[in-house]
Design a protein around this ligand. Structure first.
Ligand SMILES: Cc1cc2nc3c(=O)[nH]c(=O)nc-3n(C[C@H](O)[C@H](O)[C@H](O)COP(=O)(O)OP(=O)(O)OC[C@H]3O[C@@H](n4cnc5c(N)ncnc54)[C@H](O)[C@@H]3O)c2cc1C
Length: 465
């Protein structure tokens, strides 16, 4: 088993995240001669889109679709490149000196990097509705992870709700795997079309159009799709029914999805400047054309840089790797950047249409009443609004008032909701309200891991005097 002591204390390039962005970046950098290590917290590489690409029990390729299997080449390329690929490795700290805190197998190490590429990808947007903490209610991405990694297909009366490419992709994957879906509750407001239509021509020219329309046709042929403006998961000790449009549908499993947003925790904790993206309704890092951030030597690539999908993520990883190579080994060969940028542009051109069309309504992003917003600390929307009315100015003061965002997920499941609720309550923009101030460790670390950190002689003497 890989041990933390197995790796060097210094690397030219440290890549955090083994999804398409990280894999592509590590492969390119290692082949150019940079000493490169890639850390990913999962048992295998692949990230979200290619999860468990090396070990999935799903043998029938048609179930997950050809896009999924493209991940096998990317993983093989990274493994063959000479890069050190460390899975089961969680990065919990990164600072402006590019010191990386990582844990593997219960041991921790601090690694010095020449350059860092943060490729930590995306997370599902919070979908706070009444009853979303009931057993039997989960995110669509969670169900897809179970399908990809364990071959598990939902059983019982399954209802899906929300919108966005992933919801339809998963619906098709469940049906192909022999699963059954009672209904899809489409929460996307019709008025989204007003903003989306101007971007339709670009979408139709993008790789998304044909795939997306085929997927919609495949699912709509087998599953009733119902437009809903409101939604509630009802039950006692577990989900029993889904309530919408004055109706109640018996259900054993409710899969929720309202799109994905950048996973900002590590980059923010490293001091990388972020800004509000009003089209994608999320915070994203402020980056230059090579995905370099406001912290010298730290780049952010992939969906962590703003949502654009798996293929775009790989291109972004390559561009960030080229910048690291140029900085650390200017004599080394790098592929033609112009070509990579053109490929990236083609991948990104369909995004504005998808973002506007799949924009969740305010009512779903700003819940009310006793709906739980912070699952870790069980803080409700009513409590947050009351604190804002009392004068609580922002998410960090809200932490002091209500402890929201202070649990094991460190705001991943409530941060955007808290920001938007405060903004709405105070008549400000989310950009003006801001986000939680994130600090390391960005992932839980045990005291035993911290105690396993090697102590340099100077440090030991400094403590022991
Ligand atoms: C649950 C989910 C399922 C998705 N499924 C699909 C799909 O089937 N098809 C599709 O086109 N798009 C899918 N997406 C969208 C996905 O974001 C992109 O398509 C693509 O995976 C982005 O690639 P990436 O390299 O930027 O990041 P990701 O693929 O998200 O990879 C980032 C990796 O970094 C790891 N990581 C994060 N933080 C740390 C840390 N601190 N230490 C170590 N490792 C860390 C993550 O666990 C992950 O393995 C999904 C998104 C989500 C959230």
């Amino acid at each position: 088993m890989t041990q933390a002591s197995d790796f060097e204390s210094h690397y030219d390039l440290v890549v955090v995240g083994g999804g398409p962005a990280g894999l592509a970046a590590a492969a390119l950098a290692a082949r150019a001669g940079l000493s490169t290590v890639l850390f990913d917290e999962n048992p295998g590489v692949g990230g979200q889109i290619y999860r468990a690409i090396g070990s999935t029990p799903v043998a029938d390729r048609s179930i997950l679709g050809e896009d999924y299997w493209a991940g096998a080449d990317l993983a093989a390329e990274a493994r063959a490149s000479g890069a050190r690929i460390m899975t089961g490795a969680t990065v919990w700290s990164l600072d402006s000196a590019r010191l990386v805190g990582v844990s593997v197998g219960g041991q921790a190490r601090i690694i010095q990097a020449g350059r860092v590429i943060v490729a930590t990808g995306s997370l599902e947007r919070p979908f706070p509705i009444a009853g979303w903490t009931l057993p039997g209610v989960m995110s669509a991405g969670g169900a897809q992870t179970l399908l990809k990694a364990q071959g598990m297909v939902p059983a019982g009366r399954t209802v899906m709700a929300g919108g966005g490419p992933l919801l339809w992709l998963l619906a098709a994957q469940i049906l192909r795997a022999g699963g059954r879906i009672e209904a899809i509750l489409d929460t996307m407001p019709r008025r989204n079309w007003l903003h989306a239509l101007p971007h339709l021509p670009d979408f139709l020219l993008s790789p998304y159009a044909a795939k997306g329309l085929t997927l919609l046709r495949e699912v709509r042929a087998k599953v009733p799709v119902i437009r809903v403006d409101g939604l509630e998961a009802a039950g006692d000790d577990r989900l029993r029914e889904v309530a919408f449009n004055g109706r109640r549908l018996p259900a054993d499993l409710l899969l929720l999805h309202h799109g994905v947003v950048p996973n900002v925790n590590l980059a923010m904790a490293a001091g990388v400047a972020h800004e509000w993206n009003a089209r994608q309704l999320c915070f994203q890092p402020v980056l230059d054309e090579d995905f370099g951030s406001s912290v010298p030597g730290i780049a952010v690539a992939g969906d962590g840089a703003g949502i654009a999908g798996g293929t775009a993520a790989a291109e972004r990883g390559r561009i960030a790797a080229c910048a690291a190579i140029r900085a650390l080994r200017p004599e080394a060969f790098v592929p033609d950047l112009q070509t990579i940028r053109q490929r990236l542009q083609r991948e990104e051109m369909g995004r504005p249409f998808l973002d506007w069309l799949n924009r969740p309504a305010d009512s779903f992003r700003q819940p009310e009443g006793e709906t739980i917003v912070c699952r870790c600390e069980e803080v409700t929307a009513a409590q947050i609004c009351a604190a804002a009315d009392l004068g609580c100015e922002g998410p960090n003061q809200m932490k002091a008032f209500l402890r929201c965002g202070m649990g094991p997920c460190q705001g991943r499941l409530c941060g955007l909701t808290v920001t938007e609720l405060i903004a709405a309550r105070r008549g400000l923009t989310p950009a003006e309200v801001g986000y939680y101030r994130l600090r390391p460790p960005v992932k839980p670390v045990t005291v035993r891991e911290l105690a396993s950190l090697p102590v340099a002689e100077a440090e030991r003497r400094a403590v022991e005097g």
